[in-house]
Design a binder for this molecule. Sequence first.
Ligand code: BG6
Length: 496
Amino acid sequence: MTRQIIPVEPFDYVLFGGTGDLAQRKLLPSLYQRDRDGQLPAPSRLIGASRAELTSEAYREFARDALKTHVPDNEREEEHVERFIARLHYVPVDAKSDNGWAELRDLVKQFDDGRIRAFYLAVGPGLFGDISAQLEKFDLIDDRTRLVIEKPLGRDLESARELNRVVGEHFDEHQVFRIDHYLGKETVQNLLALRFANALFEPLWNGTHIDHVQITVAETVGVGSRAGYYDKSGAMRDMVQNHLLQLLCLVAMEPPASGEADAIRDEKLKVLRALKPITSQTAANTTVRAQYGRGTVEGEQAQGYLDELGTESSTASFVALKAEIDNWRWAGVPFYLRTGKRMAMRMSEIVIQFRPVPHSIFAKGAGAMHSNKLVLRLQPDESVKQWIMIKDPGPGGMRLRHVPLDMSFAVNFEERSPDAYERLLLDVIRGNQTLFMRRDEVEAAWRWIDPIFDAWEETEQAVETYPSGSWGPPQSINLIARDNRIWNDGGPDAPR
Ligand code: BG6
């Protein structure tokens, strides 16, 4: 396998919310990994900014701890850590006043060498407008400036529009990078390669040959310390509106004319716009929402959602949906989506289930016929498996067997799989928006999601419960069983 490091221009990354959880868990470790691979040009700097009154020295200590906790020991060579730490600076800044802004401006402008300036807002969306306005007031925005924002990008269409508007007052759309970290995952990139770098799949990629699609993002973690944030969003806003719908778009979109960001984003947008609305008439048969109770996850006793939250709530930590796309390619092909916390295992995958053969020539004794399926595993073990029928090897007559053509990346390529943020953070510097959501995509996704909330409210659809450590409530099994189909559940050894 050849590794390729694509050079980037020198830059300054300013991390607002630089002392927060995202910076600690993802941003600093990811930037470290890119630096370790030799991708950060020598003069590039990383500037933490937040309300905390820290010195740059104290911030370097903070970053050192973050790397210790979130980068494996064998990937933390002293010379690499020290080179990375030396790039770090810190300025205390208050988004709501002028405090600290002149200092930030002076630090940023210390090098007026035309370098790229990226401002990552790892802060609540309530501050996006304030920070954007201050950046403009302190003359920190020019053609080479980029703004990175991350969900929650609104909690409905109206608030998403408002966020886009306030940011749009200070930045052009081509400067705004809306992160959905699922788009940076290796297997998601691979979906594009599989679909558009092979002639094999495209003729079959439609309702004539595909029976249905399943997208599952199952987590074993509960809401834990994020309960405060999570209770205001729930699985639908936290996962479906962004991650799951983005995956659906990449599976369903028409081949774009080129790999250009807007060519791809135009096609994704068309899919979002073609999603059949879910209404109060259809919600009962096409949606399930549920909350986890107590149970056992991976052998450990787990608390229920309400125990963790410490108060009453009807927020759903699990959602299953039957989505349909009203266009020629996908008419009549359901896309079953589900995501939940505290489920039986951590597993995210996309299953493309093909239709059965039209007629079997084999005797009963040959065994059961299974339909082909293509399973793209995003995590934990990234892989693509194409399930096919073969003859069981050896004597004994014709016996059929369902086996995977298995491309497990970790085994076959022995590569460290980069975190999604590594790719995305540097795509911002490269100015490549392919893996970022455009304003109209975010709004189109909300336009489909909002009526589902309305339908739930109008019909008072129950929030079911499911034991921690299960695959969700029975209603989720019924959702797909009603159509004579089953979820692709099970551990790594289960037939898939
Ligand atoms: C985040 C959600 O966007 O994605 C979290 O806010 C969720 O609730 C996380 O746990 C899952 O990401 P990953 O990469 O671990 O699948």
